[in-house]
Design a protein around this ligand. Structure first.
Ligand code: AGP
Length: 608
């Protein structure tokens, strides 16, 4: 997820673009750049690192012009560097472009363009766009962009300028957000409203498959099929801070609601309805996969819970023994790993000290190491042999939410990739699983639509001091994650434990003051979980459950049911965890806690 901006008007665009990028830094901040058009020339300034680096460079070169574009990057293809920073320019230096999204077919397009003599200067997928527009440019930038975007598979929000059309800015989008701000004799283009709120509250929100040509006379929107579009002006009523949160009260809530996109973007280009699983970045040959004897998952906190889910999924689909261990334990226990072991480090930040130490220990013992991370160029990517990037976009809230579901989506793809190489799933089984995995974004939207009911339940129990979370099988990691979410943002003592363990101690905790949250989605152990619910009810507990829609049996037994759509047992955790994230969020808000920055916690634990 990156932030893009554009300006055309009667002021120097440079400070306006920089200010807009600053408002969009929450969308990405590993590198940034500007392209300013003035007197028929385009000046490009790009820097690796945070926006301050670019600001320092701009102060030195001080580019000025009435037209310009800017970009703050969250890398998905190509490590953070000045060379990979946007804007990108074509071979002639005539066209400059910024992009937010993922071009799935960039590899084939790049080969095609290089075969026709185009010279590439970056490792990014984006650069193919500016060379395509170069090829299609016949004096009309909007038409060149339109023709070029028809060749593109994937997601894009672009802003593009051309020195031969100094009074035009062209913007287009598909699956990535883009708005056009309407000023007085000036126009603003941005990924998100915060970037332009300081100048105007009147915006045109572009929809998928639309292209906008912006000049001094105004904004002309058409579809990529060149059909005219009449778009109503949207008047923003939010304040600046709320706008950064997309109108949500907190980043955590915004990120919970971004989960369908986080899943979709992580799956994008890696899993197709035709069962095509592409994971080139993992750098594991079929032979190496066939020779694997064991997988070891190493992680902390929420990522550890993803690893517990991943264990069950890889064992079920790829029939490979998997151990999942907490990094701080793994690193000191002289782990039994060797050259036949694949160690998977799951770390959204890519900077967790114990996880980094764990994979160094694994490499010392000869194991192949792969990282699943959300941050391109993070430390873990320099230690691992292969990297599987989740595409959740920056996660600002300290409590991990969208990065967890993105990790789970990545684990589904990885498990299918291993299963296909090891031929442990029939084509029919693979097709059924893939079809369900591709439905997950839509199903998570459905779960999120029940947020009001979950908030209502939180109102009843937010004052309690202790909670118990129970689950079995695939429900156990969900229960553990639900307990972690509640404790880390509401400071309530919440304990997750295997439902089958109740008689071995935890049942002593039960009385009328301890609400019990039970993950009771359908699966192999559903009736066992049902009897656990009866067990705790018999001792006076209030029971809150996560269960599948239409599960009358659970509905009869529980005091509250958070419903999730039916899916196969192995995909249910990605849905079941969402109501527990929302429950934790609403309880914490009702207790007046700072959900984005909970006390004593850091977003990334870079020390032991
Ligand atoms: C999750 O809500 C916590 N913030 C924490 O447990 C986190 O998951 C853990 O520190 C691991 O972080 P990582 O994924 O960046 O390695």
């Amino acid at each position: 997820m990156c932030g893009i901006v554009g300006y055309i008007g009667n002021k120097n665009s440079t400070p306006i673009l920089l200010e807009g990028l600053k408002k969009l830094e929450y969308r990405g901040y590993d590198s940034a750049g500007l392209a300013i058009l003035s007197d028929g020339e385009i000046s490009i300034v790009r820097r690796k690192g945070h926006l301050e680096e670019l600001e320092r460079a701009v102060k030195e070169s001080n580019p000025e012009g009435w037209v310009g574009i800017g970009h703050t990057r969250w890398a998905t293809h190509g490590r953070p560097s000045e060379m990979n920073a946007h804007p990108h320019i074509d071979c002639t230096g005539r066209i400059a472009l910024v992009h937010n999204g993922i071009i799935e077919n960039f590899f084939g397009l790049r080969e095609e363009l290089e075969s026709r003599g185009h010279t590439f200067h970056s490792e990014t997928d984006t650069e193919v766009l500016v060379h395509l527009i170069e090829e299609n440019y016949r004096g009309d930038l909007a038409e060149a962009a339109r023709q070029s975007l028809k060749r593109v598979e994937g997601s894009f929000a672009i802003v593009v300028i051309c020195k031969d059309e100094p009074d035009v800015v062209v913007a287009a989008r598909k699956d990535s957000p883009l708005v056009v701000g309407l000023g007085k004799g000036e126009y603003f283009v941005a990924s998100d409203i915060p970037a332009i709120l300081g100048h105007t509250r009147d915006v045109l929100i572009l929809k998928d498959g639309e292209i906008a040509k912006v000049n001094q006379d105004g904004v002309k929107i058409t579809t990529l099929g060149n059909q005219p579009v009449d778009r109503e002006v949207f008047r923003v009523k939010w304040g600046a801070e709320a706008a950064e949160k997309g109108g949500y009260e907190d980043f955590m809530l915004k990120e919970i609601f971004e989960q369908p996109v986080a899943i979709r973007e992580t799956l994008r280009g890696r899993i197709g309805a035709d069962c095509r699983i592409s994971l080139d970045e993992v750098a594991l040959t079929e032979e190496e996969i066939k020779n694997l004897k064991k997988v070891f998952m190493v992680a902390c906190g929420t990522s550890y819970h993803a690893g517990l889910m991943g264990k069950r999924i890889i064992e079920k689909w790829a029939r490979l023994p998997v151990e999942t261990d907490i990094s701080s334990e793994f690193r000191y226990q002289d782990p039994l790993v060797d050259s036949d072991t694949l160690v998977i480090a799951i770390t959204q930040s890519g900077e967790t000290a114990d996880t980094l130490a764990g994979i160094r220990e694994a490499k010392r013992k000869g194991a192949r190491v792969m990282a699943i991370t959300n941050v391109v160029g993070s430390s873990v990517t320099r230690e691992a042999d292969g990297v599987f990037y989740t595409h959740a976009g920056p996660e600002i809230g300290v409590a991990a939410t969208k990065t967890l579901v993105a990790q789970m989506a990545a684990l589904y793809v990885l498990a299918l990739y291993l299963a296909r190489a090891r031929e442990t799933l029939s084509l029919e089984e693979m097709e059924k699983i893939v079809a369900e995995v591709l439905r997950l974004p839509e199903l998570t939207e459905k779960v999120l639509s029940n947020h009001a009911e979950i908030e209502g339940c939180a109102r009843k129990y937010h004052a309690r001091s202790n909670f118990l979370f129970l689950g079995r099988g695939m429900g156990l990691p969900v229960a553990l994650e639900g307990a972690l979410k509640l404790k880390e943002i509401s400071y309530i003592h919440a304990e997750g434990c295997p439902a089958g363990e109740m008689k071995h101690g935890p049942i002593a905790l039960i009385d009328g003051d301890v609400p019990v949250v039970v993950v009771a989605t359908r699966g192999q152990v559903h009736e066992k979980v049902t009897s656990n619910i009866q067990e705790v009810r018999a001792r006076g507990a209030t029971v809150i459950t996560v269960a599948n829609e239409g599960d009358e049996e659970i509905a009869k037994l529980a005091d509250h049911v958070f419903c999730v759509p039916e899916t196969s047992e192995f995909l249910s955790p990605i849905l079941a965890v969402i109501p527990l994230q929302l429950f934790a969020y609403y309880v914490a808000k009702l207790r007046g806690c700072n959900v984005d920055q909970p006390r004593n916690l850091a977003k990334s634990v870079t020390v032991e």
